[in-house]
Design a binder for this molecule. Sequence first.
Ligand code: UT7
Length: 324
Amino acid sequence: MTTRIIATGAYAPEQVITNDDLAKVVDTSDEWITKRTGIRERHISSGENTSGLAVKTARQILERAGIKAGTLDLIIVASVTADYSTPATSCIVQKEIGAHNAVAFDVSAACSGFMFALSIADKYIKAGVYNNAMVIGAETLSKIVDWSDRSTCVLFGDGAGGAYVEKSETDGIIKEEIGTKGEICDILTGGYTACSNIFSENNDSTDNLWYVSMNGREVFKFATKSVVKSVERVLKDAGAVPGDIKYVIPHQANARIVEVISNKLAIPYEKFYINMDRYGNTSSASIPIALNELNEKGLLERGDRILLTGFGGGMTWGTMLISW
Ligand code: UT7
């Protein structure tokens, strides 16, 4: 028995901000951003919060899967930019779509979030606890990005993507792994809120680390190392070789990271599905948005072997080999 992706969906805010638009607010250029990252534009919310993007994605997935919300067993939303600390974004999705019989919770694993959420859903389904799940990655990173910091603000975008998965006797998730390396968690941080209250020594929270802060070079090194090792392990465990794979859907952070990974794994760059040029890095939404695009374009055929792999804050990584 396995877990099969039945339908995908995605949504990104309408407003598109180009590299040239950013060059008007920080000291940067289209040339620098394109050359160093492969990003040309990104969708930025004009006010709609993370739950709004997640709900639109969920509705699209339900329609495409041809199921009623009441039949959902589990809803997991991965996000580092939830509307609230509580309720979870998944609970807002549950309410808005009317998934009265589901259990809903969020996971926080930054850009690997969708991989973590899908891994959890897979485990519940394979254990026979639930028959199906809706898994969504949704982010409004624009609210935790320092728009005066050119080293980070050019990288990120807003969006959501997800999938409906079901118990299956045939094709589906073959092998997966998720991992963390908390020892280096401080190389990529964001969204810190200070413990400030009327009894604390410091009730001034203005010096907090709300904005995304990153040691780009260290993250780059971690990304290439962790993804390569993770993909090698998953392929080995599955008894598969790179030649078996039709598409790799990597986390859409930087085209140069993908080039390094492609070279190290000896998987041709053309097999990597790239859309960061149009979305930037949407953290937990990046892999499902890319997966949905591949699916919408009709590029996936039943039985195709596809590999999803990502890395992110935490530091975290996750890889999954799927028979479509
Ligand atoms: O989901 C995980 C999220 N994070 C990542 O995946 C990030 C991984 N790291 C990276 O993608 C890259 O390290 C960056 C794209 C963030 C940076 O690229 P880099 O080649 O490592 O550049 P750098 O940080 O070494 O900076 C090179 C130069 C510096 O100037 P100096 O010191 O050489 O004069 C920076 O100040 O580029 C400068 N710079 C910029 N210039 C124009 C940094 N950001 C910009 C910018 N526009 N936006």
